[in-house]
Design a protein around this ligand. Sequence first.
Ligand code: AMP
Ligand code: FE
Ligand code: FE
Ligand code: ZN
Length: 286
Amino acid sequence: MRIDLHTHSNISDGTDSPQGLIAAAVAAGLDVIGLADHDTFDGIDIARKQAEIEGIELVAGIEISAQYQGTSVHLLGYGCDQEDAPLLAELARIREARDNRVPRICEKLTELGLPLAVSQVQAQARNATSLGRPHVADAMIAAGYVADRQEAFDRYLQGPARVRRYQVELSQGIELIHQAGGAAVIAHPWGRSAKEVLSAAALASLVAETGLEGIEVEHQDHDEPARRQLRRLAAELGLIATGASDYHGRGKKNHELGCNLTSPEAYRELQQRMTARAEARAAWRR
Ligand code: AMP
Ligand code: FE
Ligand code: FE
Ligand code: ZN
């Protein structure tokens, strides 16, 4: 069983359409694929339809922009009710902050001598309902300012053209996922900035306070020592250890589909927790 639980389509900042993503998953020999676009469910229904046609299992996911102690943390939700009003309201708020950030980034780039208009970014975003810095990067590539997304981030988007935006508090995000009948997994907890705030003690208190289900362990942002420590930590805290490519199509190098996998045992456990959350939600609504 090849299970890759965290990927992106061009409904957020991936480059494959939801249908194209499923075709790529089949080509990569995956049995199960989780679509977890940033702050939107808009790709799920199309992906599910295509997955049924191609005979592959789709897990409905989402990657929510959250923050913990002022630092950006990505939160994966699996099996949420896509019609859940409080969750949808929060996602709309986050996407509005994403939209509002784009003109401010364009202004900063223009001041830095790289004139860029919002319309140029929108032209790159095409199918996306969740606008992100990778779309700004694509517009910068099209304008000939940088060679690829990596250079755009390294030189500008996480440097002089960085603009902060609203993100939901991590514990509130976990609660929203649970109330929507889903299971919560922290994405790449020790990648980039999050490592500084998500200590073993912080993770332990999150488990105790929120009932967090899992952490993403096998991820390209984690080197082998980090993975070893996270595996041990997950076992100690009773967390499900997942693995995924965080595939973004052509948008991210070295993140090919299936480059990291979730074990069948971990996936079975996640399915059980998703079922339990969905049943709890149904009982609560009755
Ligand atoms: P945003 O969602 O607008 O805050 O932008 C963050 C997204 O940009 C992440 O989800 C990554 O997919 C992507 N990203 C971050 N750093 C890089 C990079 N160096 N190269 C390509 N994509 C990146
Ligand atoms: Fe992304
Ligand atoms: Fe992420
Ligand atoms: Zn991701």
